[in-house]
Design a protein around this ligand. Sequence first.
Ligand code: FES
Length: 193
Amino acid sequence: MHKSTTAFLASPHIPPENEVYLFVSKITSKNSRNNLIKTLQAVQNRYGYLPEAGLKAISQFMNIPLSRVYGVATFYHQFKLDPPGKFVIRVCMGTACHAKGNMNNYEFLRLLLGLGSNKHTTEDGVFSLESARCFGCCSLAPVIMIMSSDGFYKRLYGHVTSMLLKKIINEYRVKVLKEVTVHVGHAKRNSVR
Ligand code: FES
């Protein structure tokens, strides 16, 4: 399978600039410098990350230098500058899951997915990794949740171990490859029509 084909199918949704500008214009007012963090949070809640257009729009509508907006966005760990992958893996760091070794599971996933420091999304755009608060099912600790970046698909996995994580990641990779195969099949059929 050609890597670029996989990357194409898994490529993240980048919101159109004019839509982002419109959204930011609604949640800001000119010269209101005090709500920068709240505004960044609102943009990230809307898009799952901070698109470049969002940072520029915030700078413009709030009359704050772009370098300062970037400075705050990169200073706080909560903010993400990369678009999320096709599947977002959320590792619970609540008390029960932490006690049952989810920090090790998180580090194992970082290695398995080849994520370097400050990287949350795999090169091919298939997976993003993040920590999360208690999901409310502590009896299943340690727990992870995998969801699609559009939020339509969600699945919880309990009692996870490194062996199980390997198996789960492989299953999702196969799922993506199957989609690629179907997509390429359709493209070929359409091209000979
Ligand atoms: S602590 Fe992980 S589900 Fe509650």
